[in-house]
Design a protein around this ligand. Structure first.
Ligand code: URA
Length: 243
């Protein structure tokens, strides 16, 4: 078991987060996701899937979009891919409730097709607000769409299992999608090897936050084309938490 300092205490319920935009809490985001009609996926969904997990995660996992089981239950990664995700988390070791798990698009694309660029764009404000409120040290992207949302030019086959610096001191750790691991033994082995390296990504994030200048009032505006190589962090005393 690895001990890592969590982000400094903050009050998510009161919207005590930099640039909390229009949502002051994860519950407020979830409520708007559930009633969202920003794109046509809302017409075919059974339940929207906002995301779930710790409000103070060391790691945030971002998948592509809900599948059949997730659409039925309104929870992310509860089908076969979710079972493999939990198996992989146990290698770290990490329980799913200690992380935060969500998706690039919050409603199931029909027939599990890839989400369209317009659907990804329509859903981005929700994901961006979740990141702002959660302030994860590490974002582990699951699959190609999730990586490309943060780094549009990155290729999953080149970058999986490597440490990438995004913005606000957040380290991005690209991983293959667990569904790919269900289809290919080679990709399952790559997933196992990459998950075993997750603690290194957390340590890299801690180093990045030590190097980074203080965040000032934290009012840096968001852009809609992320993928910067910056490292920034608030400068308060960290608290210890289990990872
Ligand atoms: N695949 C995803 O990308 N997300 C889920 O929630 C389930 C399967």
């Amino acid at each position: 078991m690895l001990l890592v300092p969590a982000r400094p205490e903050r009050n998510v319920a009161n919207g005590d987060a930099p640039n909390a935009s229009e949502w002051a809490s994860l519950d407020a985001i979830a409520s708007d996701v559930r009633s969202c009609t920003r794109c046509s996926l809302s017409e075919t969904r059974t339940l929207a899937v906002p995301g779930e997990g710790s409000e103070f995660p060391s790691i945030m996992f971002i998948g592509e979009g809900p599948g059949f089981n997730e659409d039925q239950q309104g929870r992310p990664f509860v089908g076969r891919a979710g079972a493999l995700l939990e198996e992989l988390l146990a290698l770290v070791p990490l329980k799913r409730e200690d992380a935060y798990i969500t998706n690039v698009v919050k409603c199931r694309p029909p027939e599990n097709r890839d989400p369209s660029p317009d659907e990804v764009k329509a859903c981005w404000p929700f994901l961006e607000a979740q990141i702002r409120l959660l302030q994860p040290r590490v974002i582990a992207t699951l699959g190609r769409h999730s990586l490309m949302r943060l780094f549009p030019d990155a290729r999953i086959s080149d970058r999986h299992g490597t440490i990438m610096k995004w913005r606000d001191g957040i380290v991005v750790f690209p991983l293959y999608h667990p569904a790919a691991g269900l289809r290919s033994d080679r990709l399952k082995q790559a997933l196992q090897e990459d998950f075993a390296k997750l603690p290194q990504a957390v340590i890299a994030a801690l180093d990045a936050s030590r190097e980074a200048p203080p965040d000032g009032d934290g009012s840096r505006p968001a852009d809609d084309a992320p993928g910067t190589d910056e490292a920034k962090d608030g400068g308060d005393e960290p608290q210890m938490s289990l990872f």
